[in-house]
Design a protein around this ligand. Sequence first.
Ligand code: G3P
Ligand code: MG
Length: 251
Amino acid sequence: LYIRGETMSTIIYAHRGASKHAPENTMPAFELAYKHGADGIETDVQLTKDNIPVLIHDEQLNRTTNGTGFVKDFTYNELKQLDAGSWKSPHFTDTKIPRLDDLLAWNQGKQLKLNVELKNNIISYQGLEDIVCQKLNEYKMAKQTVISSFNHASITKVNDKNVNIDYALLTGRRNRTLIPYSKKIKAKGIHIGYRLLSNRLVTLANENKLYVAVYTVNSPITINKAIRLGCQALFTDVPKLAIDIKKRRFA
Ligand code: G3P
Ligand code: MG
């Protein structure tokens, strides 16, 4: 799937959708990413009180909705009353918190790649791995999806389940065991913070048959570096900028 080298395209994932110009992790942000030609969408998933997987980054509702408190303390019916758009701009008033189902149903005709990040670092959501894998299978979207998490124990659980879905370790910190551990649990790749990006790490990972994806690159300098070093994927809030840069590099 992933071959290193400048002649091979770096996959462009819209980070939380096209989140610079639309409210992150909402359908308008996913729509805009699609319109701008992103290869894929990265999104964060958590569970409601009634175990519905919803797409939202923070454990609390305060920053990106007009609600307060923890996602886990509300049912989906309660959460769907909230406005997850107007914090960004009045243009997006009444945008809802989407369910994972909403994204998967929307993607049926589009077939974008997906990176579903399990947001179980602070809150431990029982059964999140199973629920996400089941949904991906139900919508026949397992093949184009990679699951990731900062919670490496959770990724190990995905491995234990023997599901036919790719998974990757996420980290923003230097960690000597990252590559051997990723190999051990049969991860397909590593998703690293930009600070960690180096030629050495990309080479080492690729030699170990692990792909490298880097987050979150929003400027021409950082996007160019990710492509130049041969990262197999990047995450950006501005997919249009990344696509334009990529086109220019390979023109
Ligand atoms: O998955 C890449 C990136 O999204 C990880 O950080 O905090 O934006 O979810 P965060
Ligand atoms: Mg994320």
